[in-house]
Design a protein around this ligand. Structure first.
Ligand code: BDR
Ligand code: CA
Length: 345
């Protein structure tokens, strides 16, 4: 692809679907990944850092700085989700310990540095709790104006939660940070964050069949996966990246199956990465958004005031419609081609 590459900064709690978001960006020629912030969430922040560094190394990428964020959310003790993402965050996949290092500055500073290095150009993507971004906004309140675009995977709009009956994981882990981030935007900023909640991302269901298409696009050998396979059965795919993604995805399939959702897995975070590069992949509507911080039953709930009863102006664009087939066509062609060129066997 020719043309100018768009600088992208990714904040993740890697995480199976965060890993899929990362490889989507690696495979996107129009994106220049200028930094990765690691946030505590699916697994503790040190493990998130290891996963990010190890994935970069697996993919032969040497020039993307990785920064460590806070060990804890702003005000609440950290909860992690090894039941969903596996003991180390990448499902059944195990990567060698990374040999590369983190930046000497932390993840909040990484946000601020990246925004100042690319004023008016940087696309931010957050697919974990918003702790780092909230700390970055405290350090530099001009940050929203420096960004070109921000895409957040978080919340659930007019839709049930996946962590409490009403709250989505990323917001639920650190509700105060989410509230601070939403409060930092208004129409004066010049752009509104695009927020993709479970109402949208649960339409993006990866299946064994789609994973087979991905392996084929990578030119990899593969064995069809099925709900009848032994749990944790290791991938025998010939491509090294496809092997890791299959081992990661199998755990995610098993988790979703145990939840009664079928032998499939929701790719929440890759949708955010894809929308960051092409906002046309979703239809969104502006609304004032707030985060419930005090409800005894509803803490972490995201509320969109569609009918403007609060009398406030919109502070977010909420994703309301997506074409999953268009997303998967793009995901498979990009990640497949990227994986293919990694295979030197
Ligand atoms: C979000 O929670 C995490 O477990 C996933 O990585 C995703 O970012 C979905 O609620
Ligand atoms: Ca995530």
């Amino acid at each position: 692809m020719t043309g100018v590459r768009q600088p992208v900064f990714l904040d993740v709690d890697t995480g199976v679907d965060d890993a899929m978001a990362l490889v989507y960006l690696f495979g996107s020629a129009e994106a220049e990944l200028v930094g990765i912030a690691s946030t505590a969430g699916n697994v503790p922040v040190r493990q998130v850092c290891r996963n990010n560094l190890a994935l970069l190394e697996l993919c032969g990428i040497t020039d993307v700085p990785v920064s460590m964020g806070s060990e804890n959310p702003l005000q609440t003790p950290l909860r992690t989700a090894e039941d969903t993402h596996g003991p180390y965050g990448l499902g059944h996949a195990r990567l060698p310990a990374p040999t590369t290092s983190l930046t000497p500055y932390d993840a909040a500073e990484a946000w601020v540095r990246a925004a100042h290095a690319h004023p008016g150009e940087l696309i931010g993507v957050a697919t974990g709790p918003l702790t780092n971004l909230a700390l970055a906004l405290r350090a530099d309140p001009t940050l929203p104006r420096l960004l070109r675009r921000l895409v957040i995977m978080g919340g659930a709009f007019d839709y049930r939660g996946n962590t409490t009956p009403v709250a989505e994981w990323n917001v639920s882990v650190d509700p105060e940070s989410a509230a601070e981030v939403f409060a930092a935007w208004d129409s004066e900023v010049g752009h509104l964050p695009i927020v993709l909640g479970l109402n949208l991302t649960e339409n993006i269901a990866m299946t064994p069949q789609l994973l087979g298409r991905l392996a084929a696009a990578a030119g990899s050998s593969w064995t069809p996966m099925s709900v009848d396979d032994d749990r944790g059965a290791a991938s025998a795919a010939s491509n090294p990246l496809i092997r890791v993604l299959e081992d990661a995805m199998r755990f995610y399939f098993e988790f979703h199956h145990d939840q009664g959702e079928g032998y499939l897995a929701h790719l929440h975070d890759p949708l955010a990465a894809a929308v960051a590069l092409d906002t046309g992949l979703v239809r969104s509507r502006p609304a004032p958004v707030g985060v419930e911080l005090t409800g005894t039953l509803t803490r972490g709930m995201t509320i969109a005031d569609w009918s403007r009863r609060w009398g406030r102006e919109p502070n977010a664009l909420i994703g309301v419609d997506v074409d999953p087939a268009a997303f998967f066509d793009r995901f498979i062609s990009r990640v497949g081609a990227f994986a293919k060129q990694l295979d030197h066997s």
